[in-house]
Ligand binder design. Structure first.
Ligand code: PEP
Length: 251
């Protein structure tokens, strides 16, 4: 696996109150050391960003769960500009999560957002993944490639250095159904091969690919032991102390 370390992200989604976010920060702050080869990031609701940034341990970074595609501040009511996130101290953003794609985001829009985020200096967790129907039709590799292609058109090799790909089969998100380590590894390898052909062998070798979909302490070790799985993006289990069992599941 070369020099690739691990990235474990927690996706809090649109959950919680100020009080519950503060309690979760306390849980994470008291959860023990983070192994040296793991980078930990939590993607928190935008409204809780200042609270979390002001109280979370310094070895966990903070992500937003989306940002706008406009390359500046301005008359874009309801949007959040990547530069505004950075200004607050946010260093990452999750883009193209399946829950946003389901609400109508195209891969072209996600690619535009990636380009703005990277240009402003954010790191990106770029989510891709197939539905159950697509998997059953044997279309997984094709779907994932079609989700990555617009980003490959927009991003330079240097830009890709700021991007982590999160492979999240839609049928595994929030369902309790996890891809087996072998199934996940197969798709991660296909993604790396696609990146090699379409972006470059150097980027393909260095880019980190997270698995996401009902990952938790009990199944993390098996997934993280695979050659092309470089971390996880964790939804439900990131709202509890079990998040640290995932972090401690890295080889
Ligand atoms: C996610 O939201 O990215 C996710 C993987 O959720 P869960 O872990 O709950 O399946």
């Amino acid at each position: 696996r070369g020099k690739r370390g691990y990235v474990v992200g927690g996706n809090w989604k649109c959950n919680g109150t100020a009080a519950s976010a503060a309690a979760l920060v306390e849980t994470l702050n008291g959860a023990g050391p983070i192994p040296e080869n793991v980078q930990v990031v939590v993607a928190v609701p935008s409204v809780h960003v200042p609270l979390v940034l002001g109280s979370l341990r310094s070895d966990i970074e903070v992500a937003a769960q989306d940002c706008g595609a406009n390359a500046k501040c301005g008359a874009f009511t309801g949007e959040i500009f990547a530069g505004q996130l950075l200004d607050l101290g946010v260093t990452w953003v999750v883009l193209g999560h399946s829950e946003r794609r389901a609400a109508g985001e195209s891969s072209a829009l996600v690619a535009d957002k990636c380009a703005v985020a990277v240009k402003e200096g954010l790191r990106v967790m770029l989510c891709v993944g197939e539905s159950l129907e697509e998997r059953e039709a044997g279309l997984t590799a094709q779907v994932v490639a079609s989700q990555l292609a617009p980003a490959a058109k927009k991003l330079s090799k240097a830009d890709w250095g700021k991007v982590v790909i999160a492979y999240e089969p839609v049928w595994a998100i929030g369902t309790g159904k996890t891809a087996t380590p072998d199934m996940a590894q197969e798709t991660h390898k296909e993604i790396r091969t696609w990146m090699s052909k379409n972006v470059g062998a150097d980027v393909a070798a260095s880019i980190q690919i997270q698995y996401g979909g009902s990952m938790k302490g009990a199944n993390a070790k098996g997934l993280l032991s695979k050659e092309d799985i470089d971390g996880g993006l964790i939804g439900g289990a990131s709202l509890t102390a079990d998040f640290f069992n995932v972090i401690n599941g890295v080889p």
